[in-house]
Design a protein. Structure first.
Length: 172
């Protein structure tokens, strides 16, 4: 919901309506907030309004303009722990082969992928390409940019080693 929709909904929800002096205040106040914040604020406003002033049955049609229906929103993903993510077929392989961090990042961003050989090969190919890319970098020839990429790769390897030690019990 955008801020101007929120103000319009407020105007329709509360009687007497907002005055010409109040509308600019609400527009300015709400303008900096995200759509997600305004959706939650609208739900809270409706909840509080229903507690304090129950509408007459005939007024419900006026109140439902602009209300976001919860079933239309995507259901939030269950937040999985690292252990739950790594307790999959590919997760155990990532611990064994040393690309755990990449797998965890992918799962947090896109959910757990299908546990197929094709997906496994894509992860392994990405690791192989990263290794080849790292070997092609040079501090002398590439300068600061290559040095930053080398540091990034080394940090990734260290993190993978740490995760491999931490979750080694999953592969035993």
């Amino acid at each position: 919901m955008y801020y101007y929709e929120f103000v319009n909904n407020l105007n329709q929800l509360y009687k007497p309506s907002l005055t010409d002096g109040q509308i600019p205040f609400y527009n300015t106040f709400l303008q900096g907030y995200s759509e997600r914040f305004l959706d939650i604020l609208w739900e809270n406003t409706m909840r509080m309004h229903q507690k304090t002033a129950l509408p007459a049955i005939g007024e419900l049609t006026k109140y439902c303009v602009g209300i976001t229906i919860a079933s239309e929103r995507p259901v939030p993903k269950k937040v999985l722990t690292d252990e739950e993510i790594l307790d999959t077929k590919l997760g155990r392989l990532s611990v064994k082969q040393g690309w755990t961090d990449s797998y965890l990042v992918h799962c947090r961003d896109f959910c757990i992928p299908e546990q197929t050989d094709e997906v496994l090969l894509s992860f392994q190919l990405a690791q192989h390409n990263a290794k080849i890319g790292y070997e092609s970098l040079s501090e002398k020839d590439g300068g600061a940019f290559d040095k930053c990429l080398m540091n990034l790769y080394e940090d990734m390897r260290r993190k993978n080693s740490m995760l491999q030690e931490q979750y080694s019990y999953l592969i035993n």
